[in-house]
Design a protein around this ligand. Structure first.
Ligand SMILES: [Zn+2]
Length: 193
């Protein structure tokens, strides 16, 4: 009788995970299951049931790539990272614009963005950050219907020729390893204080 556990795991569709597709392919350098099947987006952006950022908080942390949960907002790893530790801060509500946030959501969204920076500083010691929101497809948002703030740690020399020649990024750490490390390191305090 065949041992089911010996069969290779099937790749899972990228669209069901939290992530902001950007057109790059990912090359997972610690070679294991690569669960990217292309940068698929929800068919109907107004349908929250198809939205990866609405789905993620309902999964357990490891499956949903959730790093931290707040009351009105949460933090997930981007399934399509520019760098290891590329985080997305998302409101729980399926709203597309920064100005759609209530006062309470805005305060927590901002606080979680700051905590994401502190956590990455404490865990990964990056030399800098890119922070930002792309609002609307025209502005480059992969999932335009659900607001998300990118927090991207940067290191000297982190960009190399691969994105230019192959539209491929090399990532030296598996997402679940990154998620577990950042969730454990989560802090609202500036590590420099
Ligand atoms: Zn959503």
């Amino acid at each position: 009788m065949a041992d089911a556990s010996a069969e290779p795991a099937a790749a899972e569709p990228a669209a069901s995970f939290a992530g902001d597709p950007d057109g790059f392919e990912r090359l997972w350098t610690p070679h294991r299951l690569a669960y990217i099947q292309g940068d698929r987006k929800p068919v109907d952006p107004d349908d929250a049931a198809q939205c990866p950022f609405c789905r993620a908080p309902g999964l357990d942390d490891a499956e949903g790539l959730v790093v931290h949960r707040g009351r009105t907002a949460f933090v997930v790893l981007n399934l399509f990272p520019y760098n290891p530790g590329h985080l997305l801060v998302c409101p729980h509500r399926h709203v597309s614009s920064y100005v759609d946030l209530t006062g309470e959501e805005l305060a927590e969204f901002t606080a979680l963005t700051r905590a994401a920076v502190f956590t990455l500083r404490a865990a990964s010691n990056p030399a800098g950050f890119n922070l930002g929101m792309n609002q609307g497809n025209v502005a480059g948002a992969g999932i335009a219907a659900h607001l998300h703030q990118h927090v991207v740690p940067r290191w000297e020399g982190d960009a190399n020729f691969l994105p230019v020649v192959g539209r491929t990024k090399a990532l030296p750490e598996l997402l679940e390893d990154t998620r577990r490390r950042l969730a454990a390191a989560w802090t609202t305090e500036d590590p420099a204080d």
